[in-house]
Ligand binder design. Structure first.
Ligand code: ADE
Length: 267
């Protein structure tokens, strides 16, 4: 009961009271998704702040379906911030030319330090999304899902002033060996993969326990009705009701799929 009251108070405070100091003084953050008073109270709220130059890229994918319910139930509080809200000049400049010459622009340190220093708490982990980061995988998602406050900073342009990496970020994360136009897309992938592992986010029927990668193998194929479609039949064993045989078939199929698509996982 006490947790319930506390959670409701926290949600109400977060809903109406999140301000930052920008060039026009204190004002509500343009990029904040409003939270809805929580109803599910058996888990402590995890807070996630995304800092990006493109809040709209993050907003839609992170406010639908499971992500939406996670926020409505109060399991997570997600805020999406525009980095320009922490600039202090008239033109809200966030980038500058690289020292030493070279192509493109580099993100300036001042607004980034101001943003993170205003959001961070004693238990915060600051994650910088960058193609230069350590490769994101299910193990890292699992580790991040146990944190109480994540600040996700999205890179853009040719890069970010390295003092951010050295003195502010706790870790640098890349979602794969390819370069995206900006880190906001990577942040959406990161946050989605982490949030679904937070206790209370997936329902009983949507357990994360059987996920691909947890067992070290890819998932076995799944089928649903109709049992025959365009002449293609669902494997007989799945209709048999014999759970031991179904489990053995799934194991064998998982191995076969892994060998075919991800042989690196078997090494
Ligand atoms: N920004 C651009 N490409 C990225 C990647 N692969 N991972 C994380 N952030 C990025």
């Amino acid at each position: 009961m006490a947790t319930k009251i506390l959670r409701t108070v926290v949600a109400l405070l977060c809903r109406g009271g999140h301000y930052c100091k920008g060039s026009k003084g204190s004002r509500p953050l343009a990029g904040a998704i409003e939270s809805i008073a929580p109803t599910s109270l058996s888990f402590p709220t995890v807070r996630i702040d995304i800092i990006t130059l493109f809040p709209e890229i993050c907003r839609a994918p992170l406010s639908e379906s499971i992500m939406k319910r996670a926020q409505e139930s109060g399991v997570i509080v997600l805020r999406i911030h525009n980095l320009r809200d922490w600039t202090t000049d008239k033109h809200h400049v966030v980038d500058d030319a690289p020292f030493g010459g070279g192509q493109g622009m580099v993100m300036k340190p001042e607004p980034i330090f101001a943003a993170i220093e205003s959001l961070r708490r004693a238990d915060s982990i600051t994650v910088l999304m960058t193609p230069q980061g350590k490769r994101f995988d299910q193990t890292l998602a699992d580790e991040m899902s146990k944190k109480k406050h994540l600040i996700v900073l999205c890179g853009h342009y040719e890069g970010i002033d390295h003092r951010v990496v050295e003195h502010l970020a706790d870790t640098e994360v890349s979602i794969g060996d390819y370069v995206l136009t900006n880190g906001a897309i990577a942040a959406v992938v990161f946050v989605d993969a982490v949030v679904r592992l937070i206790p209370g986010v997936l329902g009983h029927d949507r357990s994360a326990v059987d996920d691909s990668f947890r067992s070290g193998l890819l998932e076995a194929p799944q089928y649903t009705r109709p049992a025959e479609f365009r002449g293609w039949k669902v494997p007989e064993v799945l209709l048999s009701g014999n759970h031991a045989q179904i489990a053995a078939w799934r194991k064998e199929q998982a191995l076969r799929r892994t060998r075919q698509n991800r042989p690196d996982l078997l090494k």
